[in-house]
Design a protein around this ligand. Structure first.
Ligand SMILES: [Zn+2]
Length: 400
């Protein structure tokens, strides 16, 4: 095969045929991830390359076991040859997911089809020191992933923290402070003989939604975590936004009230101070609502639906507060799809519709058409699937 190795007058290397082949391969894998099981003809149409090129790429991936052919299916119009849909091989790219959160670490083995093969959860005290965390997490990972050491496509390591991807470590973390400066990526990599990819949890959720959730096939959207803290993972033109030192899309710390409460970050009036469940609970107690500090968006929505006027008023205020940050993303990036995670996803369809409507009302009319606010459907699998998606993205060399 002839490779073009000339350099252009500007010093940029021209694309070689290998580069083009790798790009087409990545496009094909991306199309499969976006559209699910697809025939060769579908893939040729989706990535706009000749059918023969698709066959060449597919044959290589089939031989390597990365893809499998499903049973022949009759053509939709009843004419022509039956097609054999291609899909990721069941054992082609087993991934590990290690998801750290306040109080727990969850470890899972996940395949490229999004099936969680095994999982376990262990307590992880938020006050644990760096070395204690490293010991606990390494042991928890070894229990589930150890039998597959050397055969994993990669491991997604998720932390509720700001992560510097170039250095591969945690730079700031208020939830589990002992994570700052952790050596876990190297420790897990050595123990499992696999590449380990550290990622902030909410950014990983965006990648997980792209592979396995509501954002399949979507190039512009945001995943939002609405819990004690508030954060966003943003995908724009198919790429996860990634800025200097991990400090990207600090949506929770944009000011929504110049005279507002002091935030945990040291600034005043951040969106997080009025859109977190911490605000909801404190406000519930202050207003003397039944349930007080133990309230959740779900309990509040139920009380409101049952006719509790004070609960309905607080719910409306919470919805309004949450809508401010989402509408900011509409204005800033003209996003249309917002996928919510956290306690809010249990609040019911009525609340979702009210929130979506409030976001539309707060958006510029020219941008508000087509805005959708949805609750994530990944459920209990969100951590494992997000971790696996981070690893799969790197393994297959696709974007996001
Ligand atoms: Zn703040």
């Amino acid at each position: 095969m002839h490779e073009v190795r000339d350099r252009s007058p500007g010093g940029r290397r021209l694309l070689s045929s290998t580069d083009v082949g790798n790009t087409n391969r990545a496009l094909l894998l991306q199309a499969l991830a976006d559209h699910g099981p697809s025939s060769r003809a579908d893939l040729a149409r989706l990535i706009r390359v000749p059918r023969a090129t698709v066959s060449t790429i597919v044959n290589g991936l089939l031989a390597a076991g990365a893809l499998e052919e499903d049973e022949p299916q009759a053509p939709v119009d009843g004419i022509g040859k039956p097609s054999r849909p291609l899909w990721f091989g069941r054992d082609a790219a087993l991934c590990g997911a290690v998801s750290i959160d306040a109080g727990a670490v969850e470890v899972a083995l996940v395949d490229a089809r999004g099936e969680i093969r095994s999982r376990s959860e262990h307590a992880l005290p938020s006050s644990a020191s760096q070395s204690e965390i490293e010991l606990l997490v390494t042991a928890a990972a070894a229990e589930v992933l150890g039998p597959h050491a050397g055969n994993l496509a990669g491991v997604g390591l998720l932390a509720p923290a700001l992560c510097d991807h170039e250095v591969g470590t945690v730079v700031a973390c208020t939830v589990v402070p002992g994570l700052v400066g952790t050596h876990l990526p190297a420790l897990l990599g050595d123990a499992l003989d696999a590449p380990v990819f550290l990622e902030q949890d909410v950014r990983a959720l965006a990648v997980g939604e792209r592979w396995f959730g509501a954002a399949r096939g979507c190039e512009h959207f945001a995943a939002l975590q609405l819990g004690v803290g508030v954060g966003a993972g943003i995908v724009l033109t198919g790429h996860l936004l990634n800025g200097r030192g991990g400090y990207t899309a600090q949506l929770g710390h944009t000011c929504v009230n110049v005279n507002g409460e002091l935030c945990s970050c040291g600034l005043r009036g951040c969106w997080e101070t009025v859109a977190s469940t911490r605000w909801l609970r404190a406000e519930s107690a202050r207003r003397g609502i039944t349930g007080g500090r133990s309230t959740t968006p779900r309990r509040l929505a139920r009380r409101a639906e049952a006719g509790d006027l004070a609960a309905a008023e607080l719910l409306a205020d919470y919805i309004d507060n949450v809508s401010i940050g989402i509408a900011s993303l509409v204005q800033l990036l003209s996003l249309q799809l917002f996928i919510l995670h956290g306690e809010i996803v249990h609040a019911g369809e009525m609340m979702r519709r009210q929130l979506e409507q409030r976001v539309i009302e707060r958006s510029l009319p020219a941008l508000s058409e087509g805005v959708h606010v949805v609750f994530s459907e990944l459920g209990q699998g969100s951590g494992p699937l997000a971790g696996a998606a981070v690893a799969l993205t790197r393994h297959f060399g696709v974007t996001v």
